[in-house]
Design a protein around this ligand. Structure first.
Ligand SMILES: NC(=O)c1ccc[n+]([C@@H]2O[C@H](COP(=O)([O-])OP(=O)(O)OC[C@H]3O[C@@H](n4cnc5c(N)ncnc54)[C@H](O)[C@@H]3O)[C@@H](O)[C@H]2O)c1
Length: 349
């Protein structure tokens, strides 16, 4: 099945990965409806499509079932990308739970009720928790470390039920860490690579949480968008779960060093306390993706970092305001749910 002239709903399409997915879908000739509450996304991420009548942008919340149903009418394909993020879940687990589980159930129900042909649930490698088998296969024994990871896993289970019940053809994609143009750097949304880049462009050292030995499997974002589309188009992918990753383990310390080298910064990194509930080792097995689609993401970390640095140089100035929006411990800004301040923290050994 080819996504060509069909109508496609993208929840969270104003976000980082979602906006690249919208770029790729429009390039394929699809009519795209983006449904987004702009809690972390922005219409700015889609402003280069201004005037394109094949793109409709609707502001709304996936917790509003009526609104989700309205935008699902007539859609042949749904890509469910909307989410609240991992760092927010350390301070505000309830909102993250609500959006990622109840919100996902709403999007699934609306799609099934509107007889959508194919549904992609965008999960996350965070469902796994710290790896004790590497590379991590899809049928890993999940041990999420955060409410974010657990809520993304709940979304997977709901999506599987809809497929098994015969209500929807569903594929589950489990991207690993993405990076590239439009990635968030500000506040609680800020991710490691753009923060290191902007600090380096301002002549400041990267701030590493802990020793920097924690690893991730970094994928360039345009590749993820392409694989999400190819999974929805693939008959053999229906009812199955796929890691969308390169299968290469890279530590945060190595990322800091490479960015400093590419930008020409000589100051050594600054190490601060580790982030609570940080996953320490995470890299995926991409063989199921390769066996099913014939290949897997191929852009190497150096090439991807070069392209990302170029985009940030051209699009985001490391002004004092930009730097002020990147507090080092960006998971602990804002107010936490009251019970968290009194909860006992068990020491891990
Ligand atoms: N960025 C990564 O490295 C990564 C890795 C693995 C998985 N993922 C998954 O990819 C998807 C996209 O993530 P992203 O990195 O682009 O994040 P993002 O925060 O940029 O995008 C999420 C989008 O969802 C929207 N949204 C949030 N709550 C909503 C609600 N209640 N109703 C409607 N819209 C809502 C936000 O405004 C935003 O535009 C998510 O499902 C995430 O779990 C991301």
């Amino acid at each position: 099945m080819i996504i060509g002239d069909g109508r496609v709903l993208v929840t969270g399409g104003a976000g980082f990965i979602g906006s690249h997915l919208v770029d790729a879908l429009l390039a394929k000739g699809a009519d795209v409806v983006v449904f987004d509450d702009l809690s972390s996304g922005s219409w700015k991420n889609l402003e280069h499509h201004k005037g394109n009548r094949r793109l409709q942008m609707v502001e709304g919340d996936i917790l509003d079932y009526k609104a989700v149903t309205a935008v699902s009418q007539g859609a042949r394909f749904v890509f469910h990308m909307a989410t609240r993020n991992v760092r927010l879940s350390l301070q505000s687990p309830t909102v993250v739970h609500d959006v990622n589980t109840t919100g996902t159930l709403n999007v699934l129900k609306a799609a099934a009720g509107c007889r959508v042909e194919r549904f992609l649930y965008c999960s996350s490698s965070e469902v796994n928790g710290t790896a004790d088998i590497v590379p991590m296969p899809e049928d890993y024994h999940f041990k999420p470390e955060t409410i974010y990871g657990a809520s993304k896993l709940t979304g997977e289970y709901y999506a599987e039920v809809f497929h098994r019940a015969g209500w929807l053809d569903v594929v589950i994609a489990r991207p690993h860490n993405n990076y590239g143009p439009r990635e968030h750097y500000e506040g609680v949304k800020g991710e490691v690579i753009p923060r290191f880049i902007l600090w380096a462009l301002a002549g400041k050292p990267p701030v590493i949480f802990g020793d920097g030995a924690q690893t991730r499997d970094f994928t360039y974002v345009t590749e993820t968008a392409d694989y999400l589309i190819r999974l929805v188009e693939c008959d053999a992918a229906m009812g199955r779960t796929f890691n969308v990753c390169r299968g290469e383990e890279v530590s945060v310390a190595v990322i800091a060093r490479k960015i400093s080298e590419l930008i020409g910064l000589s100051s050594p990194p600054v190490h601060v306390d580790g982030r609570p509930s940080d996953v320490l080792r995470l890299f995926g097995d991409a063989s199921r993706l390769r066996e099913t689609l014939g290949d897997s993401p191929a852009i190497g970390i150096e090439e991807g970092l070069r392209m990302t640095i170029n985009w940030f140089r051209e699009n985001v100035s490391p002004t004092p305001e930009t730097l002020a929006s990147m507090e080092p411990a960006n998971w602990s800004t804002g107010s936490a749910e009251p019970w968290l301040s009194t909860a006992r923290r068990r020491i891990r050994n």
